[in-house]
Design a protein around this ligand. Sequence first.
Ligand SMILES: Cc1ncc(COP(=O)(O)O)c(C=O)c1O
Length: 372
Amino acid sequence: MKGLNLMNIPWAKPCFWGDEEKFVANAVRSTWISGGPYVEKLEKDLARYHGVRFCITTSNGTSALQLAMLAIGVGPGDEVIVPGFAFMASANMVIGTGAKPVYADIDPDTWCMDPACVERKITARTRAIVAVHNYGNVCDMGALRRLADRRKLFLIEDTAEALFSKYRGRFSGTFGDISCFSFQATKTLTTGEGGCVLTSDRKLFARMQLIRNHGLSQRGRYWHDVLGYNFRLTNIQAALGCAQFKHRAKIISSRHKVHALYRRYLKGEDGIRFQCFKPDVRPVVWCVAVEVDPKVFGANRDQIMKRLGAFGIETRPGFFPPSAMPLYGAPALPAADHISARIISLPSFPSLTERQIRYVCGQLKKLRKKRA
Ligand SMILES: Cc1ncc(COP(=O)(O)O)c(C=O)c1O
């Protein structure tokens, strides 16, 4: 590779915006290292910002989903509809309750669950729909909310990848009965590991508060009302979250810039297709992902990723569809199976420079087959 100016670009990198060290040091000095004022502040800030009544922070996005499943009371004999293309945490948490995940196909353009496919999967056993907002896009929440209301189902949002994205002018995470967020290291707002649930339903809120904290009631010390867990976020983690939340404008504008630069440098390029955002959606893109056409590249997705890796560019594949993993015993779904084999998610962290993005795009474009 002599003469080649190789860059090393990781797929993800957490970014800090100004007050993280100060707030974390404050938490440590205060000796409030488990619960504490930063936890309460982060919960208040997130609820108010989203215009919902309640927020409960959690140890991660997966425990937020588990909390939601336990709160709505799904269990053996029930079915919950989840997308056939997504990070599998929502399906896993359904299985964890003893219920059965039923997979609905996605829209091949938006890569989010298709409400018409969801409707076809509803049976007398269906209790809930989990809408997963892939890569920062937002599912068709108008259609899903109407469907859930008409069929008397719970609607849960998995907003782990879509914090601050909007649908019809409203934040994602404000359409479901409960919505679940992740603050893991690569996410739009990070606390290292962490998450939260939002809801405006007082009963669900009270139930989730109990379950998050061992099922302990106010009745007296060590009195357990319900079966509970420990899904708490620490004050140290919440301090990081409060600092990130304070600087959300910078986070959002940096992510918009990264997304716009990728669109500029890959616009109209043969064999490279972006995720489609409908006019209803104003995304804050967590991860810029493209669908590659193996015919145009003369190589499959995994070979393309390997070649990018040789140029120092770390990428990730699309999520495997449940039909490909024996664990799930799921039927094939045309769009989900097609898309998941062709997606490459590109480095998308907010401090990426224009030079780095140009390099990634240039190397990707060069990998296409030369025309005769
Ligand atoms: C859509 C989605 N749901 C849930 C999770 C799980 O969140 P966590 O890693 O915080 O448990 C993730 C990823 O991390 C995710 O991308």
